[in-house]
Design a protein around this ligand. Sequence first.
Ligand code: PEP
Ligand code: MN
Length: 360
Amino acid sequence: MTIQLEDTSKWPVAIEKPFIIAGPCSAESEDQMLKIGHALKSHQNLLFRAGIWKPRTRPNSFEGIGSVGLKWLSSVKKETGLSTTTEVANAYHVEEALKHNVDVLWIGARTTVNPFAVQEIANALKGIDIPIMIKNPINPEVNLWVGAIERFADAGLTKLAAIHRGFFAYNNTKYRNIPQWQLAIELRRRIPGITMICDPSHIAGKRDLIYEVSQKAIDMNYDGLMIETHINPEKALSDNAQQVTPEQLNIILEKLVIRKSKIEDPVFKSSLDQLRIQIDDLDNELVDVLKRRMKVAEKIGVHKKENQVTILQSNRWEELLNTRIQHGVNSGLSEEFMSRVLKAIHQESINRQTRVMNEE
Ligand code: PEP
Ligand code: MN
């Protein structure tokens, strides 16, 4: 289907790059909301966010303050003049948010995965002219993301944006959620002209990493950033490791290099950047896989030690080398390259196992 997209100048906040969405992960009290709102109100192009209903992975943690928080959101709007946004996850949330004149709605990552929930929200919004921002699903499935955007487009909404917040990482990685930038690139290819917002807070998971993720997003020509901002991040009732103070937000924004299109051939530059970002992602994946492989090799070392067998088992190594080289050659990699890579990896495994063997 073709998705009709309305010019972002029609949004309640003019989208001038970079368009900033800031505010707490969760609304906690009227005082907290007003303090943050006042600290942020001098920014141009700023949309104030606060989660009212919090979809938490496990029960018995803070699940949001509920509808009373919408009153606080409207006090922020009244006192500071900032436009507001909150997350909705069902038709009741939509009804409540609209009643309290929230300007923009967003769909959380745990909702985008569920087409029934997305459809329920889209139906509740039929005929209502409100911007809606759709976060990527938790799992790296672009079709779910595209599908959710299509459901809103089908319901007649035209002010649509995508928020890239990264994807669930099964293993420990540098970031809380793996960015997989190439999936956001693919979304843009599938829905040309969609407003793209990056959520470096949920990608990074740690406030110290927010700047580097933000810069990368800006370099990839994103339209905006959603950065969780709290007056007292350490005491926040949710996501306390990743929230920044309004002052830290200013530092991040001042440090951001917004590159002008002074390059001789911007089309070439942008395609080169996108490819390099894919290379960065793949290299990070390679390092993660190698790390996991070495951990397994160490476990094997422990077993060998307990059973008093030698580190090098020639038959196994021979078989491993042959099968992997064959796999590589079948995938278009040269035999010589495969052999060099495998020998280097094998040597490192042997070094690790030797260390394990000789430990007291
Ligand atoms: C949030 O923005 O606070 C949130 C819950 O995000 P996500 O849906 O990306 O996990
Ligand atoms: Mn959060």
